[in-house]
Design a protein around this ligand. Structure first.
Ligand code: ATP
Ligand code: MG
Length: 581
């Protein structure tokens, strides 16, 4: 991908502007160090010439001490410059990471369905890391080295234009040679990196599936593949390593040639008495000093290209349009909410209709039981109410207000949702329950836990509310996970509760606990429950059976149960679990 200089520039500007003072300081540090680096050899020249002409000892001592002081200052300033540069890089990339994360979290769910977590991590961190190097080092290395190069060449021209010219030609040839070499070796490095990333993604996949691999006896297959990936990596690494040696050898050769030329030129000019011995030394010194900037500039060009790729990908990400616009300003009424689906139609992808023309009304405080075969669209209905996706036609209204007119934060505040699989985060129990809302007191949490009969579980926690939970809720039973999710909803006290019941079976004791919790949860609230068990369905005022995205039947519980021809009556007869699943 080709990135224009302007785009690099605007990117740099956007993240460096807030750190103007730090950048200015860095520039100052760099200029000072470069100046000192160019001047310092002049002191040695003075020293050599003065020693030759038999100057007084204290003059020589002054020169030597001055040289040492300058050298120390250069070292000291270099450390400070690197520190400031790294800081600039980290500040810039951290705020970039923040921007990207915020942007991605705000994108609608269809975006997250299309992009795997691994891909997002690579975007949020891998790309940004490349940029960190760009931010932190590009300025120091490229600009600094370019300036140093120019400074040295300038100083040489001042001495003798022929030497200046020779050194310029040498610099140009070296730069071209380095660049050529780089373009030969980079593809090999890329291949080596690809091979190792293949190996790691293989390892990651296999390790996360350890349980299944063992159970299915696929260990041999895994080991075979491991050897294969390892072999490929070795091959690529070896090639890349060889290429690297070649590059280094060429550097050394060029360096040697430069030194020889400097010595020869210095020697000849000195013989002809065109220059002093000190100046001859100066030539050798500058030729030496010019080598590092040349090499570093070449390296940085590679970083620049990497950064270019990252900037391209980041810009691409920013171009993705959020399908869900958070522009509403209306507010939902407090208390139990009425729910209305007004001819709502929806599909995940343009071609297949998941829900077609859904039309129903639910009074505040009523409970709707949602039934249907697996894949009939029950979970999809709940996602639409929460506005994780947008209806393609029709509208959904809560308490008479179109949900598109309500700020998303307001919507989240008024709806409590318990999904089929509860997500627990790697954080303390308290934060898992309050979602980092610090206004909720510990007493309130404890009250709800007691209310939901979770005290037995709570008493097993080593550090009470401060106990850290493992990500994914490891160490919790499915029932406990569900009850914790209920606790969250209670603490939020919403007007509408959506309960997508887990289809996994629980032991009877836990099931009863959950039943009691659901009863409490639905008190004085409107509820939509996707039920897989008879006990859960029985508390519904209305029953809706979905099939293939249509409403197959929808009526009050009693009416449907009393009608022997209804699907619901049939479900009740045969048992919910058997037919609905
Ligand atoms: P279950 O009882 O198994 O939970 P469900 O009634 O909740 O089933 P949904 O999850 O709403 O079913 O899915 C309805 C249809 O939409 C299914 O055909 C499913 O394949 C499809 N679907 C669900 N989620 C997505 C998604 N993120 N992207 C594309 N299609 C999806
Ligand atoms: Mg579902």
């Amino acid at each position: 991908m080709q990135i224009t200089v302007q785009r690099y520039g605007s990117f740099l500007l956007r993240y460096l502007k807030p750190q103007k003072r730090r950048v200015l300081l860095l520039a100052l540090l760099l200029l000072t160090t470069i100046g000192l680096k160019v001047i310092n050899p002049q002191i040695i020249r003075y020293f050599i010439d003065a020693a030759q002409t038999g100057s007084a000892l204290d003059q020589l001592t002054t020169a030597a001490v001055l040289f040492l002081i300058f050298a120390l200052i250069v070292q000291g300033l270099s450390v400070v410059a690197t520190y400031v540069g790294e800081n600039i890089g980290w500040y810039a990339t951290n705020s970039l990471r923040g921007d990207l994360m915020k942007f991605c979290l705000g994108l609608d769910m269809s975006f997250h369905n299309e992009h795997t977590p691994g891909e997002m991590i690579e975007r949020l961190d891998g790309d940004v890391l490349d940029l960190a190097i760009f931010f932190a080092q590009f300025i120091i290395r490229v600009l600094g080295n370019l300036l140093l190069l120019v400074g040295i060449l300038f100083a040489m021209y001042l001495e003798d234009w022929r030497i200046g010219l020779a050194l310029t030609v040498y610099s140009v040839i070296s730069l071209v040679a380095f660049n050529q070499l780089r373009s030969v070796s980079v593809p090999h490095w890329k291949a080596a990196r690809d091979a190792s990333s293949n190996l790691f993604s293989f390892l990651e996949e296999q390790l996360s599936g350890t349980e299944d691999i063992r159970a299915s006896g696929a260990t041999d297959y895994v080991m075979h593949n491991l050897y294969r990936f390892n072999g490929q990596r070795l091959q690529k690494e070896r090639k890349a390593g060889l290429m690297n040696t070649l590059v280094i050898q060429t550097w050394i050769a060029l360096y040697g040639v430069g030194r020889i030329l400097a010595f020869v030129a210095g020697f000849i000019l000195f013989q002809q008495h065109a220059i002093t011995l000190g100046t001859a030394y100066l030539i050798v010194y500058y030729t030496d000093a010019i080598f590092r900037p040349l090499r570093e500039i070449t390296n940085e060009i590679q970083n620049l290209q990497k950064a270019g790729g990252s900037i391209g990908r980041i810009e691409e990400l920013y171009k993705i349009e959020n399908k869900i616009k958070d522009t509403g300003t209306d507010h939902l009424p407090s208390g139990a909410l009425a729910v209305e689906f007004d001819h709502a139609t929806f599909s995940y992808n343009a071609d297949d209709k998941i829900l077609a023309d859904l039309d129903f009304h639910l009074q505040p405080g009523q409970v709707l039981g949602l039934l249907g075969r697996t894949g009939s669209g029950k979970t999809t209905v709940t996602r639409l109410v929460f506005r994780l996706y947008e209806v393609t036609h029709g509208a959904i209204r809560l308490g008479g207000v179109d949900i598109r007119m309500v700020p998303l934060a307001d919507l989240q505040h008024h709806i409590g949702m318990v999904t089929q699989d509860v997500q627990l985060f790697r954080a303390s129990v308290r934060n898992n329950l309050t979602f980092f809302d610090t206004t909720i007191s510990d007493e309130a949490i404890m009250r709800v836990l007691a209310d939901l009969e979770l005290m037995d579980w709570f008493s097993t926690l080593a550090a009470g509310l401060d106990t850290e939970l493992e990500s994914g809720g490891k160490g919790l039973s499915a029932g406990e996970g569900q009850l914790l999710a209920f606790t969250r909803v209670f603490l939020k006290n919403p007007g509408l509760v959506i309960l997508d019941e887990a289809s996994s079976r629980l032991d009877p004791a836990t099931e009863q606990k959950i039943e009691r919790a659901v009863d409490k949860l639905l008190k004085n609230r409107t509820g939509i429950i996707v039920a897989h068990r008879l006990a859960t369905v029985q508390r519904a005022d209305q029953i809706m059976v979905l099939e293939g995205g249509h409403i197959l039947e929808h009526d009050s519980y009693d009416a449907l149960a009393a009608n022997p021809d209804s699907r619901f009556a049939e479900l009740l007869r045969v048992g919910l679990e058997e037919v609905a699943a």
